[in-house]
Design a binder for this molecule. Structure first.
Ligand code: NAI
Length: 584
């Protein structure tokens, strides 16, 4: 079967896996650690060998193999690169999302390379590691694809700085496989013989784990969290019980090259090893490479979001129509241009969009601006807004519709084309902007309250539709000084309500680390909390005969009781709860 070109770039996962200290220790024992490295093998002061990372996501090898349609009888693990972003905690859950990144052609009868890349996050929200895994597909060459980029690793012309000799036990693969790689070639003598081997062979990644211990032990002793990157090419199989030597050369500050040889034959079993190490980078939330669309970013909250995102590396589309507070007027390019200039002056990247989000074509254009300028869109903050306050009887259709058009339809018009891009790439962060007026009510704002609460309903369903694609949708309810609030707030309070107090919450909801979807947060003046739709436990009055209005009156305290109230992620969960009430 030919390689599946359509599989390139398609999201694989996310796949989640819980792990605990026993898994960490089992892996350490599997790669030869023991009493001399007790930190890897004893739950007291436990440390994680960095290469535990790849062993924990090994199912991605088969995912890449199956999804690419390689000939499974010809595959070998070719190369492995690991980039470590944050220390690996000793327990928690890994969530990994990957994709097939490249296919390279070595030529007819010479094989192909299938490259898969994945990112793994911890349940604490931190990005832990990136894996770039290359499968050497021996039987898939000659498909007419590009040649692989040349990779050279220069080894110094001198003796290694460190030589670490070890002998994996004759049973080593039987222990190692319990960390996840159950391929029979490493356990089943018959299978090994059919594959042309005398007996089961070592897992390449088991030998890789020995190398990782040797690298950490000599270059960053006792500080495995300082491993930053590890690369290698698997070159020859190895039998368990054969002594190996890990040869390490320091090349410059924080860098080394390494290889593993079979100490009996002198043959290289893992080649072209590179290892980088150093301090754990500052744990900053960054948006490098991300493209953010912010509507209504020419002033107020949107302007501060745009500046803060750009300062942290995002490329920003500053959308603003530049109209009056009530949405009237022909619009002006100056607010958006002004913010773009401010971002550029800070060394950031931004483009302006003057489109009206209330218009479907305007929404399309905002997203097109992002695609034309930066090629993608990762983040949408639906922030544009106007006010047309009137007590209800004075609320003519014109004022009702104008407010719904900007807030609610505006969010729809921009989010829909952006969601298509996000779904395709398997990543997205969307923030809706609600208001306390919608969540709790405010005199004279029926139009605005309706629009703002509608955005919560919009989020509730979009979070479900986006879940599979790592698209997270949350809602901010800000409280900030702007032209929308200047005549509502007392002047002394107005001074304390800088949009900069709201921005951190919104930025976090836009970040890769954001662990939540479908949540509403109030933010203002340095105070933050979550608002939620909570449903009371309720009561069954009668399932046999229709209850009367009097029954409702008499039971209203029980019906209204919120003690023990619950939140539901989706409709089905709430309906399930009703059925459960009957079975009690
Ligand atoms: P702002 O008036 O300073 O900013 C809103 C921006 O949206 C303006 O620059 C305006 O030109 C732009 N805009 C209006 N209609 C547009 C359209 N059709 N297309 C493109 N851009 C358009 O107001 P502020 O306070 O910064 O408000 C931002 C968001 O936060 C709004 O959605 C608002 O309803 C919401 N909000 C604000 C609160 C506050 O305390 N400031 C309270 C609750 C919600």
């Amino acid at each position: 079967m030919a390689l599946d070109m359509d599989a390139l770039g398609k999201p694989i996962g996310p796949v989640s896996r819980d792990y605990g200290w026993r898994d960490v220790i089992l892996y350490a024992l599997g790669v030869g650690a023991g009493f001399s490295e007790l930190d890897y093998c004893y739950e007291k002061n436990l440390k994680v060998i960095p290469s535990f990372s790849i062993a924990s996501i090994i199912e991605f090898v088969s995912q890449y193999a199956v999804k690419s349609h390689v000939d499974l009888s010809g595959i070998l693990h070719g190369e492995q690169e690991l980039i470590f972003h944050n220390p690996i905690p000793t327990e928690g859950a890994f969530t990994t999302s990957g994709k097939l990144r490249d296919y390279y052609d070595k030529g007819e009868n010479k094989g192909a390379l299938v490259v898969g890349e994945s990112e793994t996050y911890h349940s604490n929200g931190k990005k832990l590691f990136t894996s770039v895994l290359t499968i050497f597909a021996r039987k898939d060459g000659g498909f007419g694809g590009p040649a692989a980029p040349k990779r050279e690793v220069e080894f110094p012309d001198r003796e290694p700085d460190f030589i670490v000799r070890e002998t994996p036990a004759a049973n080593q693969p039987l222990l190692y496989r319990l960390s996840g790689d159950l391929f029979p070639l490493h356990a089943d003598p018959e299978f090994a013989s059919r594959a042309g081997f005398e007996k089961p062979i070592m897992h390449g990644l088991c030998t890789h784990g020995y190398a990782c211990r040797a690298l950490v032990g000599n270059l960053i002793p006792g500080e495995p969290e300082k491993a930053r990157r590890m690369f290698c090419r698997f070159s020859k199989p190895l039998y368990p019980g054969v002594p190996i030597e890990v040869l390490i050369w320091k090349t410059e500050e924080g860098k080394a090259v390494w290889r593993v040889i079979n100490a009996e034959t002198g043959e290289t079993t893992i080649d072209m090893g590179e290892f980088e190490y150093g301090d754990v980078p500052e744990d900053k939330i960054r948006f490098d490479g991300r493209v953010a669309v912010i509507t209504g970013a020419g002033a107020g909250l949107g302007r501060v979001y745009a500046l803060e995102l750009a300062k942290r590396g995002a490329k920003v589309v500053v959308n603003d129509l530049g109209g009056a507070r009530d949405g009237s007027g022909g619009g002006s390019s100056s607010p958006a241009d002004q913010v773009v200039s401010e971002i550029k002056a800070l060394g950031g990247e931004a483009v302006a969009s003057y489109d009206n989000v209330a218009d479907p074509q305007g929404g399309e254009n905002v997203v097109k601006t992002a695609l034309d300028a930066f090629g993608t869109v990762d983040i949408v903050i639906n922030n544009a807004g106007i006010l047309r306050d009137k007590s209800f009887l004075k609320m003519e259709p014109e004022n009702w519709n104008a407010v719904l058009n900007v807030h609610l339809n505006g969010a729809y018009n921009v989010t829909r084309p952006a969601f298509a891009v996000m779904k395709e790439k398997g990543y997205g962060r969307i923030v809706m902007t609600t208001s306390a007026a919608g969540l709790y009510g405010n005199f004279g704002q029926t139009n605005y309250s309706a629009a703002k609460m509608a955005l919560v309903g919009f989020m509730n369903t979009l979070k479900i539709e986006g879940k599979k694609y790592n698209i997270k949708v949350n809602t901010i309810a800000p409280l900030a000084a702007s032209r929308l609030t200047e005549d509502i707030m007392p002047p002394d309070l107005f001074q304390k309500m800088k949009p900069e107090f709201v921005a951190p919450m919104t930025l976090y909801l836009c970040s890769e680390q954001c662990p939540v979807s479908g949540n509403i947060y109030n933010a203002g003046m340095g105070f933050y909390n979550r608002a939620a739709i909570v449903t009371g436990p309720g009561t069954v009055i009668s399932a046999k005969k229709f209850p009367t209005a009097e029954d409702i009156r008499d039971n209203l305290p029980k019906i209204s009781n919120m003690e023990g109230g619950k939140e539901f992620f989706e409709l089905n969960a709430q309906v399930g709860d009703i059925f459960a009430a009957f079975s009690k």
